[in-house]
Design a protein around this ligand. Structure first.
Ligand code: SAM
Length: 287
């Protein structure tokens, strides 16, 4: 199909079904065929892959996923899109469509029932209003995941990939780094979507680690410490942790742990690496 043909596709489907996009569901449909191929190439699909697509929308990307992957499972929250998807994607026998909020789907059970518990790939142009909860759900539910190739807001992609000491570094960078290796595949301007979003976008691939890169005795405590550190990122780490309702360590315990690690008592949370957060957690657990 010609470039403009595919571009027209999204618009003509919208017109054919007289579909009005819904802002509350983050509906910005992709129209640019180059971007679609970039996502598909970044996901590196083969017929051995089981793909979970979150928010298939009008099915523009779903069609390409069905052609490249072995099986595609598409979860769409908007019930008005379901008949459109069934019609535009009729003929693909390796596709299942579920009308549900992805945050209510038990994805590990889905992977177990439909892919014998083997690791799956997530490919999605994500609704921006729920990007972080969706990514964190994938990680925290322990979804058997090979990789997630997702379109997100540009700033979110940069936060996911940021390193210590930079302005974008935060709890999301550390969570992503704990579970996966991030790589920004492409930046995507607003004119590649209808309607145009107000923000720039980026495609990012998160390739999950087989084993976490650091050893921590209590993951939940480490993420509470990280959250506390970045909730008050202007304060010193000692004060941010001491004042946090998430934690109950004394100033002395926190200072002692930092000293043991050779860190300055005035250090801020934004310069600690994932390894240092893991080490701090393991030390505080001994207090
Ligand atoms: N994949 C399509 C594309 O690339 O053109 C649509 C992408 S659009 C940015 C996001 C899609 O996610 C919309 O179809 C929207 O209805 C759907 N969506 C929003 N929130 C969702 C949720 N919680 N669970 C499942 N789908 C959701």
């Amino acid at each position: 199909m010609s470039e403009s043909g595919r571009g027209m596709d999204t618009v003509s489907i919208l017109q054919k079904y007289n579909f009005t996009t819904r802002k509350r569901f983050g509906q910005n449909f992709l129209t640019d065929p180059h971007v679609l191929s970039k996502i598909i190439n970044a996901a590196d699909l083969t017929k051995d892959d089981f793909v979970l697509e979150i928010g298939p929308g009008l099915g523009t990307m779903t069609r390409l996923l069905c052609e490249k992957a072995g099986k595609v499972y598409a979860v769409e929250i908007d019930r008005d899109l379901i008949p459109i998807l069934h019609e535009t994607l009729a003929g693909y026998d390796n596709l299942e469509i579920l009308n549900e909020d992805i945050l209510k789907v038990d994805i590990p059970t889905l992977a177990r029932e439909h892919n014998a518990g083997k690791p799956i790939k997530v490919v999605a142009n994500l609704p921006y209003y729920v990007t972080t909860p969706i990514i964190m759900t994938l990680f925290e539910q322990r979804v058997p995941l090979k990789s997630a190739t997702v379109m997100v807001q540009k700033e979110v992609a940069e936060r996911m990939q940021a390193g210590p000491g930079t302005k974008d570094y935060g709890a999301l960078s550390l969570a992503v780094g704990y579970y996966a290796k991030p790589y920004i595949d492409a930046y995507v301007p607003p004119n590649c979507f209808v309607p145009r979003p107000k923000v720039g976008s980026a495609v990012i691939t998160l390739t999950t680690h087989e084993e976490p890169p650091v050893s921590v005795e209590d993951e939940k405590l480490m993420f509470d410490i990280i959250r506390a550190a970045f909730n008050q990122r202007r304060k010193t780490l000692v004060n941010a942790l001491k004042n946090s309702p998430l934690l109950s360590f004394s100033k002395e315990e926190i200072m002692g742990s930092l000293q043991d690690m050779g860190l300055d008592e005035n250090v801020r949370g934004e310069v600690l690496t994932l390894e240092e957060y893991a080490a701090l957690t393991n030390r505080l657990l001994k207090c």
